[in-house]
Design a protein around this ligand. Structure first.
Ligand SMILES: Nc1ncnc2c1ncn2[C@@H]1O[C@H](COP(=O)(O)OP(=O)(O)O)[C@@H](O)[C@H]1O
Ligand SMILES: Cc1cn([C@H]2C[C@H](O)[C@@H](COP(=O)(O)OP(=O)(O)O)O2)c(=O)[nH]c1=O
Length: 214
């Protein structure tokens, strides 16, 4: 009988190399024999992906912050209950591109939503579930923005200003300090090679600490 799988999340601001490095973490864990499910937020199920499209589309209408917050948690509830929790209980590890820390960073840090409100929604939607490990790819905002802009069309979040992303970054760094046992902070302004050496070490540590139970 397999035990519960590990829940790993990857976080960071725009253009920090999250997609590139998520694929690297996935390959590294699979190469070490881990049965892995990879997903993302907002998204990860057909309904949650539809909510993602609503959230990311640039629009003329000003989006109310509470509406944005509730849509994030609506997508999360669907994703968690139909994809993440079943996988974890099958013994699979789950690697998720963003999770609730993104809500603390973007909606609380970026938009000024109260953390106590997010904590209530987190408890409501997730019960006791929290990630076992969170990899934070951290880089100066200017570095990430330059990489994101070079990529082309900007979504509704990417269109925010530098101050917004400074607040997002600082919210992430505060969480990393306050939950240092769960966080692994990687300097994403280093070369891709150096970033991936650090990530390979994180993967090795996770595999060593949580041996796969057969
Ligand atoms: N450490 C790095 N150094 C230099 N360029 C990088 C690094 N990490 C990612 N990149 C490049 O930056 C761009 C954005 O990376 P991407 O993985 O799409 O970022 P994100 O998913 O965080 O927006 C890509 O062109 C990628 O090759
Ligand atoms: C999960 C989540 C994402 N977001 C935002 C952050 C991103 O700008 C956007 C989509 O996430 P993502 O696909 O990670 O975008 P990118 O690759 O451009 O960084 O959603 C929130 O504002 N709150 C949340 O809870």
């Amino acid at each position: 009988m397999k035990g519960r799988g590990l829940f790993i999340t990857v976080e960071g601001g725009e253009g920090v190399g999250k997609s590139t490095n998520l694929a690297f973490i996935e390959d590294t864990l699979r190469a070490r024999g881990i049965d892995l499910l990879v997903s993302r937020e907002p998204g990860g199920t057909p309904l949650a992906e539809s909510i993602r499209e609503l959230l990311l589309a640039p629009r003329e209408e000003l989006v109310d912050v509470t509406a944005e917050l509730l849509l994030m948690f609506a997508a999360r509830s669907q994703h968690l209950n139909t994809v993440i929790l079943p996988a974890l209980s099958r013994g699979q590890w789950v690697l998720c591109d963003r999770f609730t820390d993104a809500t603390y960073a973007y909606q609380c840090g970026g938009r000024g939503v109260s953390t106590s409100l997010v904590r209530q929604l987190e408890d409501l939607v997730q019960g006791a579930l929290r990630p076992d490990c969170t990899v934070l790819l951290d880089a100066p905002v200017s570095t990430g923005m330059a990489r994101a802009q070079a990529r082309g069309d900007l979504d509704r979040f990417e269109q925010e200003d530098l101050e917004f992303f400074e607040r997002v970054r600082s919210a992430y760094l505060t969480m990393a300090r306050e939950s240092s046992g769960r966080y692994r902070v990687i300097d994403a302004s280093a070369s891709l090679e150096q970033v991936q050496i650090a990530l390979a070490q994180v993967c090795d540590d996770l595999v060593a600490c949580y041996p796969v139970r057969q």
